[in-house]
Ligand binder design. Structure first.
Ligand code: ZN
Length: 244
C-alpha cells in the first residue's frame, strides 16, 4: 500500500544526526489526547519537548514530524534489555487515540493498515528485528500504558511483523486464573527479563514484578490484566522465548 505522507516538522529533536545502524527499535504509542488536532499541535510545539517520527491520523494518513536520521523525543525514561533511554535507538510512531484517560477506543482499520505498511518499510530499510518492535508500555512499564490492550498485537503477529506467541488461544483460556507455584512465578519473572523487560529499580521486588506482569499481559494476554501470574501467562512467556 502506498502511504500518504505529509511533512510537518517538529522542533523537538537532537540536532546531532545519528547513524543508520544505531536504529534498532520501533516504539509504538498512542497520543492520549481527546482531540487529534491538539495532539498534533502539542508534538509540534517547542515548549512541549515531545515529538515522534511518524504520526498516524484517524483517517490513516501519516505526518512525518522528525526525519529518521534524527533522534525524536518520544520514549522518555525507558529501558529494554541493555538499552537505556530508547530514543537514541528507535523510531517513534504516535497513533491518534484518546487513550485510557479520555475514552480509550479501538484503533481503526485505516490506522492499522497504514501502520502495517509503515512498519514493513522501516523494518526493511533499517533491518529491524521483529523482537524490537515494542510498545511504550514495554519500555516504560511504571509510567506508560500505550498503545494499550486495544492495540492489535495478534494482527501484527499474524503478518509476521512482531514477536508474539503461537499457542492455541482456546486452550490457553482454560488456564487463565489457574495459580502457579512460587518456583514457576520466579521462572516467569526471569522469562520477562530474558524477553527484555527490566526490573524497576526504585520499587520493591514484589511491586516491580506486578508492574512488569501487567505490561506483559497488556501485550500478550489483553483479556485479563490483573498483575497476577497464572498458568496462561507462564506458558505464553515460555513460548515467546522460543519463537523465532
Ligand atoms: Zn507513549
Amino acid at each position: 500500500m502506498a502511504l500518504f505522507i505529509e511533512n510537518n516538522y517538529s522542533p523537538n529533536f537532537d540536532f546531532k544526526k545519528r547513524t543508520k545502524s544505531s536504529i534498532k527499535f520501533i516504539i509504538i504509542h498512542y497520543t492520549g489526547m481527546k482531540k487529534e488536532s491538539d495532539a498534533i499541535s502539542r508534538l509540534l510545539d517547542v515548549k512541549s519537548k515531545v515529538s515522534c517520527h511518524y504520526f498516524i491520523k484517524n483517517n490513516g494518513n501519516l505526518i512525518r514530524m522528525v526525519p529518521e536520521s534524527y533522534i525524536a523525543w518520544h520514549a522518555g525514561k525507558s529501558k529494554w534489555k541493555k538499552f537505556i533511554s530508547l530514543n537514541k535507538h528507535s523510531i517513534g510512531i504516535e497513533i491518534s487515540n484518546p487513550g485510557h484517560d479520555h475514552g480509550y477506543k479501538s484503533f481503526n482499520q485505516k490506522q492499522i493498515k497504514s501502520l502495517l505498511s509503515l512498519i514493513k518499510d522501516l523494518k526493511k530499510k533499517f533491518n529491524i528485528n521483529k523482537k524490537n518492535i515494542l510498545g511504550h508500555s514495554d519500555i516504560a512499564p511504571d509510567r506508560k500504558k500505550d498503545p494499550g490492550e486495544k492495540f492489535s498485537w495478534p494482527f501484527f503477529a499474524k503478518n509476521n511483523i512482531i514477536n508474539w506467541h503461537n499457542l492455541d488461544l482456546s486452550k490457553l483460556k482454560r488456564l487463565r486464573k489457574n495459580r502457579v507455584n512460587k518456583k514457576l512465578e520466579q521462572i516467569f519473572i526471569k522469562n520477562l527479563y530474558k524477553i527484555g523487560y527490566c526490573k524497576i529499580s526504585n520499587l520493591s521486588e514484589k511491586k516491580s514484578n506486578e508492574i512488569l506482569t501487567i505490561a506483559f499481559q497488556r501485550r500478550y494476554r489483553s483479556q485479563l490484566i490483573n498483575g497476577k501470574i497464572d498458568q496462561e501467562c507462564y506458558l505464553i512467556s515460555e513460548n515467546v522465548l522460543k519463537t523465532k
